[in-house]
Design a protein around this ligand. Structure first.
Ligand SMILES: *[C@@H]1O[C@H](CO)[C@@H](O)[C@H](O)[C@H]1NC(C)=O
Ligand SMILES: *[C@@H]1O[C@H](CO)[C@@H](O)[C@H](O)[C@H]1NC(C)=O
Ligand SMILES: *[C@@H]1O[C@H](CO)[C@@H](O)[C@H](O)[C@H]1NC(C)=O
Length: 205
């Protein structure tokens, strides 16, 4: 084995190791009581949850202000200028004035009712969404009673009403260091929420 070949192998091993050091942490929920936990009053009083007070970081490097402008202008982040390190594009077949793939996520964290923004994303499964990881987990505690309301607007639900979240996932990087602040949602929906409501394309860059 010559030297050059060995160094190629080392580089490949390092890349493979990096790909596997980011493990995905998932949590599943019993959704039987989720929807019943929320009254209209509780939903209206749910406080918007702000991101952890931490420098915006993507893959362990601080991003420059140009990149930050791009990210915070994404529809997903428009409400709170949060921080998900991916870009989204609206699939052309959806009417831009029908914002059903975007909605409010309601949840209880440390016994307080909160809300965040979440979106349905395009997947084979048809019932997946994305939100900020800090809406799903904080300081050793996982959110519960998680519910998504597609197209929810100031107390008014869309015809799709309320949908319980059956499973969440995030990278362990978020749990360990609050980096990579985005998390996946699996909706408890009979059928394909994506075909009913539409969805956003997505990528991780
Ligand atoms: C909602 O869930 C919380 C726990 O997160 C619980 O303390 C409360 O009793 C529940 N309320 C209702 C109406 O189910
Ligand atoms: C939300 O609805 C309430 C009445 O239900 C209204 O007073 C308020 O102005 C609305 N807020 C926005 C931002 O539309
Ligand atoms: C899901 O939808 C199908 C077809 O609409 C229906 O036959 C089935 O009973 C539903 N399942 C549940 C668990 O609601």
């Amino acid at each position: 084995m010559n030297k050059k070949y060995i160094s190629y192998m080392l580089i490949i091993l390092i890349i493979v190791e990096n790909a596997f050091t980011q493990s995905i942490i998932t949590k599943t929920y019993n959704v039987d009581k989720t929807l019943a936990n929320w009254t209209r009053e509780k939903m209206l009083n749910a406080k918007t949850l702000h991101p952890p007070n931490k420098e915006f970081k993507v893959r362990n490097k601080a991003i420059n202000s140009g990149e930050k402008d791009t990210i915070s202008s994404d529809p997903v982040n428009a409400e709170s200028e949060v921080n998900a390190p991916f870009s989204v594009g609206i699939k052309s077949e959806f009417e831009v004035n029908t914002p059903l793939p975007l909605g409010k996520l309601f949840f209880t964290l440390f016994n307080e009712d909160h809300s965040c923004t979440a979106s349905i994303i395009t997947t084979d499964d048809g019932n997946a969404g994305i939100t900020a990881a800090h809406c799903l987990y904080s300081h050793g505690e996982y959110s519960n009673n998680i519910m998504f309301c597609p197209g929810y607007d100031n107390g008014t639900e869309s015809f799709l009403g309320r949908i319980a979240v059956a499973k969440t996932s995030m990278l362990d990087t978020f749990i360990n260091s609050l980096d990579e602040d985005y998390g996946g949602l699996k909706f408890d929906f009979n059928g394909s929420l994506q075909s009913t409501a539409g969805s956003f394309g997505w990528c991780i860059n």
